[in-house]
Structures are given as C-alpha cells and as structure tokens.
Design a protein around this ligand. Structure first.
Ligand code: HEC
Ligand code: HEC
Length: 89
C-alpha cells in the first residue's frame, strides 16, 4: 500500500519543493549589505564586541538626508542592521 504512490502524490511533493525553494530565496538576502570598507570597517568590530544596537547609533552620522540621502521610499530607518546584514569580510 505505502508504495502505491499516485501521480497526485508526486505533484504534491513537487509543489512542496517549489514553495520551499521560494521561501529560501525570499528577502532579507535582497537587501544590500553593509560593505567592509573604510567607512564601515569600524562597525564590524563594534557589532562583534557590543552588538548591533551599539553600532547602529553611528549610521546616521553619514546616512542622513544632508550627507548620504536614503533612496526614495526607504523603509523606517530605525534598526539598520535588522535589515542590512554585515557583509562577510
Ligand atoms: C563615515 C560615514 C559612514 C558611516 C558612519 C556609515 N556609512 Fe554606510 N555608507 C557610507 C558611504 C560613503 C556609502 C556609499 C559608498 C559605499 O558603497 O561604500 C555607504 C553605503 C552604505 C550601504 C550601501 C552599500 C551598497 O551596497 O550600496 C549600506 C547598506 C550602508 N552604508 C549601511 C550603513 C550602516 C548600517 C551603518 C551603521 C552601522 C553605516 N552605513 C554607517 C558612509 C558611512
Ligand atoms: C525595514 C528594513 C530596513 C531598515 C530598518 C533600514 N533599511 Fe536601508 N534599505 C532597505 C531596503 C529594502 C533598501 C532598498 C534595497 C537595497 O538597496 O538594499 C535599503 C537601501 C538602503 C541604502 C541604499 C543602498 C544602495 O544600494 O544604494 C542605504 C545606504 C541604506 N539602506 C542604509 C540604511 C541605514 C543607515 C539604516 C539605519 C539608519 C537603514 N538603511 C535601515 C531596508 C531597510
């Protein structure tokens, strides 16, 4: 009995795999990462020693509407590192 798989069973398994594959690819991976460069290198250490919340306090020193404006329609700015992962150096 257990071996009597029907076409429909394969179809269901196929659909399940497609859904899983879709979830796998969904954001947050699409959000740009914090680059490992001279502007941001310091934050990699802060995140390691004091956590993300401590590092985020400094982001808006450069990322503000006068210096480096956010792209249009940028979501709520609070908790940068919740959405922007650190690049793997
Ligand atoms: C000393 C100024 C400075 C500070 C502080 C700073 N940034 Fe930046 N950031 C820049 C500059 C300049 C760019 C654009 C050039 C580049 O891509 O490096 C940039 C670009 C970015 C980008 C886009 C990278 C890309 O792929 O286009 C992200 C994301 C970012 N910063 C996040 C952060 C976060 C999060 C923080 C706080 C932890 C932060 N930045 C603090 C100067 C700064
Ligand atoms: C709710 C999620 C979220 C939060 C919180 C957030 N961002 Fe973003 N950010 C995005 C998305 C989505 C984009 C547009 C897609 C992209 O470029 O990654 C973006 C784009 C950017 C860009 C432009 C990237 C580029 O490639 O040009 C910078 C710089 C940036 N964010 C910095 C920050 C900083 C600094 C903070 C905190 C003050 C912050 N973001 C908080 C989601 C977020």
């Amino acid at each position: 009995m257990a071996l009597a798989l029907k076409k429909r069973d394969f179809l269901l398994v196929g659909i399940a795999i497609l859904i899983l594959a879709f979830l796998w690819q969904a954001p947050p991976e699409s959000t740009s990462r914090v680059p490992y460069d001279n502007d941001h290198r310091q934050f990699f250490d802060i995140v390691k020693t004091d956590g993300k919340k401590a590092a985020e306090k400094f982001c808006e020193e450069c990322h503000n509407k006068d210096a480096i404006p956010f792209p249009e329609g940028h979501p709520a700015k609070y908790r940068c590192l919740f959405c922007h992962k650190m690049q793997t150096p």
